[in-house]
Design a protein around this ligand. Sequence first.
Ligand code: SF4
Length: 507
Amino acid sequence: MTTLPRSAVMLNTPTRRAIPFEDKGGLAAVVSEITSEIRELYTADQVPWVVGYSGGKDSTAVLQLVWIALQGLPSEQRTKPVYVISTDTLVENPVVAAWVTGSLDTMRQAAEGQGLPIQPNRLIPDVKDTFWVGLIGKGYPAPRPKFRWCTERLKIRPSNSFIRRVVHDHGEAILVLGIRKAESQARARVMERHEKRRVRDRLSPNGNLPNSLVYSPIEDWSNDEVWTFLMQQANPWGHANKDLLTMYQGASSDGECPLVVDSSTPSCGDSRFGCWTCTLVDKDKSMSAMIQNDEEKEWMLPLLELRDELDVADDSHLRDWRKMNGSIQLFYDRNVPGPYTQKAREDWLSKLLNAQTWIREHAPESVRNIELITMDELHEIRRIWVFEKHEVEDSLPRIYKQETGEDFPGGPLDQHLAVATDEVELLREVCGDDELHFLTMRELLAVERKFRTMTRRSGLFEALEKTIKKGYYADKEDAVDMALRNQHNKTAPMLPGLDEVSADASA
Ligand code: SF4
């Protein structure tokens, strides 16, 4: 008997796509069963609910089920609050961000009108944690799999601190999430592990947040089932699900960025609902698709270009060869670059403000007020540059004026500066080509200025010593040589000291 090659067998075998909800008794039966379960769980205790809502399909489906279930309860039983939380990283795809904000507004009005205890909340990161404060202010390089500094700051912290507040006020919280086993094998494994530790029927413990439990009503649904439900069941707060489908159409990947409560969640940048700045994906396919499919979205092109610029394979020319604290890090005897240099950070800010100005001038009326970076972030970046990095040139107001044509709101910092802005140029001239010397002198002056006004100057010498150590090299080669020697000394076997040798000799 001849055996057919495997590919031939696969090609000739007709594949049948599973009909949504077929093996679960049909859509109506599933919705009825889940909404009864939701009502049962909701009325079982006084623990408030927190529904994670990203505006994507899965979380919309879950919120829709919760909404329908609550509508079916008599008003005297709809007592405990249901907080809907949505994190806005401030670098969301602007089309998606506008969609979610619009949906939260509609939701708020609809919940009030229908007498439901549903309270929508838009959560944003602390100003010290935002993407631009990290990248332009502190100089963190664009996120990479090995240095994914963003998710924790932009998504996990805002949602976790909200949930912690609820737990603090009420003793416990139940998180209602749109997570599904069909998302990925890793997701299925984590969910199954938690399932085994369920304390109450359908509620899994949340490893990261004490006193909070997770309820995932659509955990067994497939992608098609989620869409079938959304297309066949009208959205109860009146935001068109068809528009949601339109947003999804045309993109290659249809993953959704879920409510991220822990770092085991896969990169949400791989989805339609990630940040437009995300460099953990090869390309922002969803934004490219939006621009390609709709001439009206061409105004997003500068964002795509800026994202691609952030995503350069070798960015070592943009980065300091020292770490943030001035030390040298080696990997296989090669220098690992540190944060973006002052010049690179200033350039990123120029490019970002330039993109914002261009969009404000060319985009449709509805996005004319777009804010790619907030005033609070700009003030924080200015503070970090001047007072933490000692960049007394105070260049942010100049860049702002140059790119927007407007004066930067906020007074001059002259009285707080170690060296007046024009004197910095003089210092640069004196130091000539020796950039490291200039940086060290500038920082030494700033440290001295900081301590000058203090009544007790304890800590001054340590601070000066730290600054001198940071600039204690002739250049990069010298620094790497020194780090290699230090590394070698640490690993070399200990030789006996002179005293020990002479003691042995005399014995
Ligand atoms: S989408 Fe990308 S940039 Fe945004 S938080 Fe997730 S990993 Fe970071």
